[in-house]
Design a protein around this ligand. Structure first.
Ligand code: PMP
Length: 461
């Protein structure tokens, strides 16, 4: 079925052309480029379903959905055809003053499936931009309502919301943030409800509730100056797939209402079924004031994001032009019709088959296979939320002392997995699976057994 790569850096050697051309002119994201001296980038020529194929014909199962964007497989024929059709009709048009049916339909369909009350869609072109939009809109809403004191934000420790300066400021992953601190606005950080930190024997619910007490105290003290609280509902993805109980979101919604503070739900990574429900907020039965969506929105085909909000926010901006209340934020590619056509095809795929239902069996198998590693002497926890499963590698199981980051144990797992035809991309010491929904049982068995081998190799010294 698939030819596996057997000799990790070999693809660079067998296709010196492409890789050396890349290394001469390209600067890759989130990469120490010097690493490519020993592990060259892999030149991919095509994708199909869960598989990626490099220029030498080696295949890799994309267990991370290419940074969590892909839902229904690479080069999905339905989405590809929709984009191709759209490209022959209207590729792009300025979205201020003009509109088009693909964007209107995307907005209508999102309104029909989002948590109740979110009736307005503002388009942007990537996840970080959506976060910036939500932050600015919240601040601006209070300003338009005559409250100019609300200029600050509350966020969760260990959260991640993107790389632009506002998004980075409300994030808390040191690896990406610490150097840039002098450039960033000052954000109030609440302790994370992350249940990895729960006491032995404590339930997720009780731990998340306990952590909520600090959030409540922060809101009590700072509500006057806080525009919004921003969270990643249920799973802090870039922070190591750390998970928490929906009760935290339910309490947070209630407290935000009580203290007059907006709630921004960043579902850029967890939206569109990743956590087992279409949107993670559904599990807490809440509607945020702002819902940020991206990644899976286009099935992984094209960059696009949407910020959804409710009519009360919209109304605060709706006035005579001269009142200067309008939201004058824009991106050139706002509402791009090609991205909208990909989103519509993606939403069709959700509507036509019960994806969430069929994912349940897949998630159960994925979790079961991954939990076989619970007994491993260097695995502290295997956790799961829907189609997201993470394995926490530690130096000491007894004390949960992590491996020093400098040892780059996760990289060893990455290298091994590539040699076995699987694309894993550990977050430090956390190995995780976040596969496209078209993965089958054999695929699940492959990625979990390759991860087990990788963990064994990475922890043997
Ligand atoms: N928010 C969350 C929760 C994310 O996981 C990400 C991306 N990993 C972003 C925001 C930023 O999205 P983008 O990379 O498209 O800017």
């Amino acid at each position: 079925m698939n030819r596996h790569r057997t000799d990790p850096p070999a693809s660079g050697a067998t296709d010196p052309g492409l890789v050396s051309r890349d290394l001469r002119v390209v600067w890759h994201p989130c990469t120490q480029m010097k690493d490519h001296e020993s592990l060259p980038p892999i030149a991919i020529r095509r994708g199909e379903g869960v598989w990626l194929e490099d220029v030498d014909g080696n295949r890799y199962l994309d267990a991370v959905s290419s940074w969590w964007v892909n839902l229904f497989g690479h080069a999905n024929p339905r989405i590809a055809a929709a984009v191709a059709r759209q490209a022959q009709t209207l590729e792009h048009v300025i979205f201020a003053g003009l509109t088009h049916e693909p964007a209107i339909r995307v907005a209508e369909r999102l309104v029909s499936i989002a948590p109740p009350g979110l009736g307005r869609c503002f388009f942007a072109d990537n996840g970080s931009a959506a976060v910036e939009v939500a932050l600015k809109m919240s601040f601006h809403y209070w300003h338009n309502r005559g409250n100019t004191r609300k200029t600050r934000f509350v966020a969760l420790a260990n959260g991640y919301h993107g790389e632009t300066l506002g998004a980075l400021a409300v994030g808390d992953v040191d690896l990406y943030k610490s150097l840039y601190r002098p450039m960033l606005m000052d954000v109030i950080m609440a302790p994370s409800p992350d249940c990895y930190a729960r006491d032995p024997g404590e339930s997720w619910e009780s731990h998340s509730l306990r952590r909520f007490e600090s959030m409540e105290r922060i809101l009590e003290r700072h509500a006057d100056e806080v525009a919004a609280v921003i969270v990643e509902p249920l799973v802090q993805c870039a922070g190591g797939m750390r998970m928490y109980h929906p009760v935290y979101l339910a309490r947070l919604r209630e407290a935000c209402d009580r203290f007059g503070v907006h709630l921004i739900a960043d579902e850029i990574a967890v939206g569109f079924g990743r956590t087992g429900t279409m949107f993670a907020c559904e599990q807490a039965r809440i509607t945020p004031d702002f819902l940020c969506l991206s990644k899976g929105l286009t099935g992984g085909f094209l960059p696009m994001s949407v910020v959804m909000t409710h009519e009360e926010v919209y109304d605060a901006f709706y006035d005579e032009y001269t009142s200067q209340r309008a939201f004058l934020h824009s991106h050139s590619y706002t509402g791009n019709p090609l991205a909208c056509s990909a989103a519509l095809a993606t939403l069709d795929l959700f509507a036509e088959t019960d994806v969430l239902e069929s994912n349940r069996a897949k998630a159960a198998r994925l979790g079961r296979r991954a939990r076989e590693l619970e007994a491993h002497p260097h695995v502290a926890e295997v956790r799961q939320c829907g189609m997201i499963v993470a394995i926490e590698m530690v130096k000491s199981k007894a004390t949960r002392e992590p491996y020093p980051w400098q040892e780059r144990r996760g990289l060893r797992v990455y290298r091994h997995a590539l040699s076995r035809g699987v694309l894993l991309r550990p977050l430090g010491n956390v190995i995780y699976f976040l596969p496209p929904y078209v993965i089958d049982e054999a695929g699940i068995d492959l990625i979990t057994s390759v991860a087990a081998e990788g963990i064994e190799l990475a922890t043997c010294d």
